[in-house]
Write a protein that binds this ligand. Structure first.
Ligand code: ADP
Ligand code: MG
Length: 189
């Protein structure tokens, strides 16, 4: 798959009327890719199914179309690759590999907590990209709780500091698109 995207869906496939908490104009401004000029980041924050991965992918596809080097990776997979590189004494090479992408999309931060090694490796990756390239992140965890993902507030704050310094944060509050057509029955028995 091109740039490892989970699916090929653009902004034209996104139904803004389903998710009124999203400012469509703000998303269309991001689609202009002006954020790349300032090496700014984008963070999508919201509960499952609200469209975070879809929007991150739509922006990523636009970046790839305009010939910016772009790569999509799940957070857990990224950490696993960095850990493997550390064990094999190739960490510097691997960090360089990930920092050369103009646009790196890191999906699903926070579904599972990571250990101290993983947190330190992620900090190194974010530091290596800081003010040099753009990172797009999706997360279901509000920033005040990132200490629980990374095993401590100090490292979480160091990561957030760099991610948020030049960034656009999109909070999405609304229903899950995945569940829209499903009727869920709860029983007490
Ligand atoms: P999240 O990453 O927030 O958990 P996704 O972006 O993966 O959610 O969305 C779940 C599924 O629903 C995907 O197939 C996505 O394309 C679709 N989807 C979500 N929101 C919308 C929307 N507003 N319009 C069209 N499709 C949507
Ligand atoms: Mg997602």
């Amino acid at each position: 798959r091109v740039a490892n995207f989970p699916f090929i869906k653009g902004i034209e496939d996104f139904d803004f009327s389903f998710q009124p908490s999203i400012n469509k104009q703000q998303i269309m401004d991001l689609m202009s890719l002006r954020f790349l000029e300032g090496n700014e980041n984008i963070l999508f924050v919201g509960t499952p199914g609200v469209g975070k991965t879809h929007l991150a992918t739509a922006i990523g596809i636009e970046c790839a179309k305009r010939r910016y080097s772009t790569y999509f990776i799940h957070f857990q997979e990224l950490i696993a690759q960095l850990k493997k590189a550390l064990l094999e004494n190739r960490l510097e090479y691997r960090l360089k590999h990930f920092s050369k992408y103009k646009v790196l999309i890191i999906d699903e931060i926070g579904y599972l907590p990571i250990d101290n090694d993983g947190a330190n490796l992620f900090f190194q990756l974010i530091s290596s990209r800081y003010e040099k390239s753009s990172t797009i992140i999706t997360t279901n965890v509000v920033f005040s709780e990132w200490g629980e993902i990374f095993g401590g507030a100090t490292i979480a704050n160091a990561i957030l500091d760099r991610l948020l310094h030049h960034s656009y944060v999109i909070f999405i509050k609304g229903p899950s698109y995945r569940l829209q057509s499903k009727t869920v029955y709860f029983s007490n028995t």
